[in-house]
Design a protein around this ligand. Structure first.
Ligand code: S3P
Length: 168
C-alpha cells in the first residue's frame, strides 16, 4: 500500500512519515527530497531561479512518475495536493491522509526552518501568521479531499498506524 501524507508546511508530514514507515515496516519517501535529488539543487533555489509555476509542474511530474516501493509512506510538499489533478491522482493510487493542524500551531512550528521554505523565508512574524491563515483557508478545500483526515496535534505514529489498520 502507498500512503500519501498531505497537509500544510510544518504539520509533520516528514517527521510523522518517517516514524509511521518504521511502525508499518514500509519505506519512507520524501517527495521534496526526491525533487531536490533530480534537479541537483534545493527547492528554494529552484523557486527563485525558475518561479513557482515551473516548480509545480516538476512536482506534479515527480509525484506521478516516481517509482514508489509497493509498501511506502510518502511525504508530499504542502502545495502538492492543490495543483493540477494531484489529489485525485493520489486518491486513485493509494491512501491519502491529511494531517490537519490549526494556523497558530503551524506558525509556531514553522518559526524555525522557514529559511528553506521559499513561500515563508521573507516574512516577519506578523506576516507569517497572516499568510498561513490565508493559504490554509485556500488550500483546505484540496486537503479535505484526502481519503482520511487526522488531527496533527499530539498525533503519534502508533495512533496513525491504528487508524490505518482499522480501515483495512
Ligand atoms: C510548499 C511546501 C514545501 C515545498 C515548497 C512549497 C508549499 O514542502 O514543497 O517549498 O507550497 O506549501 P513542505 O510542506 O514539506 O514544507
Amino acid at each position: 500500500m502507498r500512503i500519501f501524507l498531505i497537509g500544510f508546511m510544518g504539520c509533520g508530514k516528514s517527521t510523522m512519515g518517517k516514524k509511521l514507515a518504521v511502525k508499518l515496516g514500509y519505506e519512507f519517501i520524501d517527495l521534496d527530497h526526491q525533487i531536490e535529488l533530480s534537479i541537483g539543487t534545493t527547492i528554494a533555489e529552484y523557486f527563485s531561479v525558475h518561479g513557482e509555476a515551473a516548480f509545480r509542474k516538476l512536482e506534479s511530474e515527480t509525484l506521478k512518475t516516481f517509482d514508489y516501493p509497493a509498501n511506502s509512506v510518502i511525504a508530499t510538499g504542502g502545495g502538492a495536493p492543490c495543483f493540477f489533478d494531484n489529489i485525485e491522482w493520489m486518491n486513485a493510487s493509494g491512501l491519502s491522509i491529511y494531517i490537519e493542524m490549526p494556523a497558530a500551531a503551524l506558525a509556531k512550528r514553522l518559526e524555525s526552518g522557514k529559511e528553506k521554505r521559499p513561500l515563508l523565508r521573507d516574512l516577519n512574524e506578523a506576516e507569517m501568521i497572516e499568510f498561513i491563515e490565508k493559504k490554509l483557508n485556500e488550500r483546505e478545500v484540496f486537503y479535505k479531499r484526502a481519503l482520511l483526515t487526522v488531527n496533527g496535534i499530539n498525533l503519534t505514529a502508533d495512533a496513525m498506524r491504528a487508524i490505518i489498520l482499522s480501515r483495512q
